[in-house]
Design a protein around this ligand. Structure first.
Ligand code: PLP
Ligand code: COI
Length: 341
């Protein structure tokens, strides 16, 4: 295999044209066999429910080239289940887990030369998405759906080299901001937060940190990742009805417990900002990103001097990435080899 001509070690988190994407159609009560295509465009009826009534959901997962050259997925079944949860919330046709897995395997194999080499620090980001594709004018769910998956080789979402980032609490940016992005991974939820995220970036922060929608007293999550803090030997992460159930966070909670930390999942008051020893962002794109500081009501709470992660965050990052990259054995069954054709 000849690798694509890309500077894999310096990739941004951005779209790169690859050889193929895969698309399946649900019509007359059944999914078709799916088709790989180099076509980057999608032809849709102008009255499709995805365009008018927001019947659009997506997922994000990564695949990695291991030291032995094989390719592995990370917790693909969790993404498939969350995709079904999102579909259920928006009355869309759920994609069977086996079809989701088949789509990822087929599209990854078709783009083998775009999988970043082991050691480059980059990975292949996989973006499955589902569109309501039937023509409707009344407010009702579509009877027809398109399930597409594309891939793109990516580098770090925030900063390169495990460098810490600055966050800002939403009220500094946009008083009309929603709470967290929500427990449905749909475009509409992200659209509602775009103004706050872009406003934060324009002011030099990596992301906005949302507070709960009702009381504006508790930390929810950032615009593109979950949040945790370290207090002594305890890993603390917010519970909230309006945050995405992060698969990275679920994994890191398990690793934290197995490393002897206590894990608290509870509402985390913004008043606790001054009590954290370390803080971090969690996500497929974010991996674990250390938080350098959080700005709230004109004060900057600092958790990482000179952009360097604290010791607990560094240990969690090493453990997580060693499993994702296939460097360490995976005792949890989180990784699966993508079968050769
Ligand atoms: N929260 C938001 C708003 C996200 O966009 C993401 C990314 O998917 C996450 C949290 C992290 O979820 P996961 O770890 O499953 O990627
Ligand atoms: C992911 O981490 O997969 C996400 O969906 C975050 C996105 C904002 C890039």
């Amino acid at each position: 295999m000849e690798r694509a001509d890309l500077d894999f070690a310096n990739l941004p988190f951005a779209y790169v044209k690859t050889d193929a994407n895969i698309r399946y159609r649900f019509r007359d009560g059944r999914w078709d066999d799916g088709e790989l295509t180099p076509d980057e465009t999608v032809s849709l009826h102008m009255a499709s429910t995805c365009l008018h009534y927001g019947q659009e959901i997506f997922e994000g997962l990564k695949v990695f080239e291991r030291p032995d050259g094989r390719i592995q997925t990370f917790r693909l079944d969790e993404n498939a289940k969350r995709f079904q949860h999102s579909a259920g919330k928006l009355l869309m046709e759920p994609v069977p887990v086996d079809l989701f897995r088949e789509a990822v395997h087929r599209v990854v194999r078709a783009n083998r030369r775009f999988v970043p080499p082991y050691g480059s620090g980059a990975s292949l980001y996989v973006r499955p998405f589902l569109l309501g594709a039937g023509a409707e004018v009344g407010v009702k769910p579509s009877g027809e759906y398109l399930f597409l998956t594309f891939v793109t080789p990516v580098g770090p979402y925030y900063k390169a080299g495990f460098q810490a980032v600055k966050l800002v609490v939403e009220e500094e940016i946009d008083r009309a901001a929603p709470g967290g992005v929500g427990d449905v991974k749909c475009g509409g939820n992200y659209a509602a937060g775009l103004r706050a995220t872009i406003g934060a970036k324009e002011r030099g922060y990596a992301e906005v940190l949302y507070l709960d929608a009702r009381e504006k007293r508790y930390i929810d999550e950032s615009g593109s990742s979950n949040f945790y803090a370290i207090k002594g030997d305890t890993y603390v992460t917010p519970t909230s009805p309006s945050i995405l159930h992060s698969i990275t966070n679920k994994s890191v909670r398990r690793l934290a417990r197995d490393m002897g930390l206590a894990v608290e999942e509870r509402p985390v008051a913004v008043d606790e900002l001054g009590t954290f020893d370390e803080a971090g962002c969690l996500g497929t794109a974010a991996v674990i990103t250390p938080v350098e500081s959080i700005t709230y009501r004109g004060r900057e709470y600092v958790y990482a001097e000179d952009g360097q992660a604290g010791p607990v965050t560094a240990r969690l990052y090493e453990r997580l990435t060693a499993i994702q990259w296939g460097e360490a054995e995976d005792p949890y069954g989180w990784t699966e080899i993508v079968p050769e054709p």
